[in-house]
Ligand binder design. Structure first.
Ligand code: ADQ
Length: 476
């Protein structure tokens, strides 16, 4: 049987204990590897004074986990640098925050080559390789240069930016060309896929074939949309667990009959948290009758603290929520509960369940799993309402949410009012349609569809001669 080899920047083994703190990507990969006997390869998260390429392997729950340590310079240039100071902001349309440093690009190429050096000998004939996310775009090119002929797929968890934006990246052509060493390149939505195809057709002079593949740089690749999902059944179990029930009851008691708006995010500028709070401020300013009737629970967790753009975000969020609380609070009512902590999956499920309205208003998001988790945790008889940004990939699937423009305070405030006033029958109808989608496009469908596409690509590859293998490029 062919093995599945998953490669991602960080490896988060699928242990039952501790799974409660796993984030979106880690949850998705754990679910994929639980099904296939596979290897999960990536950075250990640890630094070493001198890079050795020494691989540490162990088996966890039927999955072989293989990791390497990186040098401080690698971490700084590849991870904190090119991945999180260059590609993340650029791909989220924030060219104002994007740092274009040659040393970051060189570190990115170096670490991808190091990953390939260690990984290539582990790959056996018949294995399929599935590379995850923007940290590892050049990995297939590096593996091909080392003679790996297996099917290799890539999945991008974040948006693919509009063509005009990616042109601001020095050596954008080299980055896109790297993707042509994969057999399948996956995106969450047709929109991100079309943005990629637009670059291929209009910037790289490529062409699209009738079967959906695109040709450029003398090679061919299949770009395809694979919307990621969650495990909705697991979420129902989480909310019914003792910890889920307890957090639900704690919130219900503390609501004191008020309606609760909920935001749950990694503290990231792409998530639109400040804009959300400003929309809420406006709602309270213009609708005094809502005061004391509602409150907002905003849960934001720290992330990427090495990167400057993230360092003052807590201070700014605290200042903003403090100002809004100061302006509107009364002696027995506070409009915003501003919480910075990581909750277990069970607690989170109970919190989602107790919310009346979820505010999922990113300015740009590859998919957004919080929207799907909120839907999965609702009670069928009395579900809450999802307010969802049109700029989240999830909006393409979750059309029965109240879709908003997160840049417009008026639009978000109007949607909150509509959600609060929505009759129970409409809430149930919308929720049923949303839940049907969450159940249909779940994590299993995502995984199986991608792996099937990769196997099909492997069979296609066996029937026709492989395109020529270009030499690996150095960082210019
Ligand atoms: P993220 O940007 O991390 O993922 P998202 O999809 O919303 O965004 O996933 C966040 C995850 O973290 C969710 O599973 C959520 O439950 C969890 N989480 C957030 N705050 C938490 C808290 N306080 N306590 C516990 N858990 C918390 C990236 C892309 C997304 C894409 C995913 C998967 O940016 O667009 O949906 O990958 O592809």
């Amino acid at each position: 049987m062919s093995r599945l080899i998953v490669v991602s920047n960080r490896v988060s083994p699928p242990v039952a204990q501790g799974a409660s703190s796993q984030g979106g990507l880690a949850m998705a990969i754990s679910a994929a590897l639980r099904e296939y006997s596979g290897v999960w390869f990536g950075w250990s998260g640890q630094s070493t004074p001198h890079y050795t390429g020494q691989i540490s392997m162990h088996r966890v729950n039927g999955v072989t986990v293989a990791t390497i340590d990186l040098e401080e310079q690698d971490i700084d240039e590849y991870y904190n640098g090119y991945a999180n100071r260059t590609l993340w902001p650029l791909f989220h349309y924030r060219i104002d925050l994007t740092q274009y440093e040659r040393s970051y690009g060189a570190g990115y190429e170096r670490v991808n080559a190091r990953f390939a050096d260690v990984l290539a000998p582990l790959i056996e004939p018949g294995d399929v390789v599935w590379v995850q996310d923007y940290h590892l775009i050049p990995l297939a090119r590096e593996l091909r240069a080392r003679g790996v002929k297996n099917a290799i797929g890539f999945f991008l968890h974040i948006p693919w930016p509009a063509r005009e934006l990616i042109l601001t990246l020095p050596r954008h052509r080299q980055l896109v060309e790297s993707l042509f060493h994969y057999d399948v390149v996956g995106f969450h939505t047709e929109e991100w896929k079309n943005a990629f195809n637009s670059y291929v057709l209009y910037e790289a002079g490529g062409m699209q074939l009738t079967d959906g593949r695109v040709r450029a740089f003398g090679r061919m690749v299949r770009p395809q949309a694979f919307p990621i999902g969650i495990d909705p059944g697991a979420f129902v179990n989480l909310k019914r667990s003792a910890a889920g029930q307890e957090s639900y009851e704690r919130i219900i008691e503390s609501k004191g009959g008020r309606k609760m708006l909920l935001g749950v995010d990694r503290l990231d500028y792409s998530k639109g948290i400040d804009e959300r709070l400003l929309a809420y401020d406006r709602l309270l300013t213009e609708n005094h009758e809502l005061k004391r009737e509602i409150f907002l629970l905003q849960i934001s967790t720290a992330t990427r603290s090495e990167v400057e753009a993230y360092q003052d975000m807590f201070a700014k969020l605290d200042a903003l929520s403090g100002r809004i609380n100061g302006a509107h609070a009364e002696m027995d009512w506070i409009p915003i509960r501003n919480v910075h902590r990581v909750h277990s999956r069970e607690e989170l499920a109970g919190i989602y369940r107790a919310a009346d309205v979820a505010l999922v208003t990113p300015l740009r998001d590859g998919m957004n799993l919080v929207a799907k988790e909120f839907v999965a945790a609702q009670d069928e008889a009395d579900p809450g309402v999802l307010v969802l940004s049109r700029f989240a990939g999830a909006a393409a699937q979750m059309k029965d949410a109240l879709i908003v423009n997160p840049f417009s305070q008026e639009d978000v405030a109007d949607a909150i009012k509509k959600a609060l006033a929505m009759p129970p029958a409409e809430r149930r109808t919308r929720w049923r349609a949303l839940m049907d989608g969450v159940e249909k496009d779940d994590i299993v469908a995502w995984r199986d569809n991608f792996v099937a596409a990769l196997h099909a690509a492997r069979n296609e590859g066996a029937e026709r001669p492989r395109p020529r293998i270009a030499a690996a490029r150095g960082e210019g």
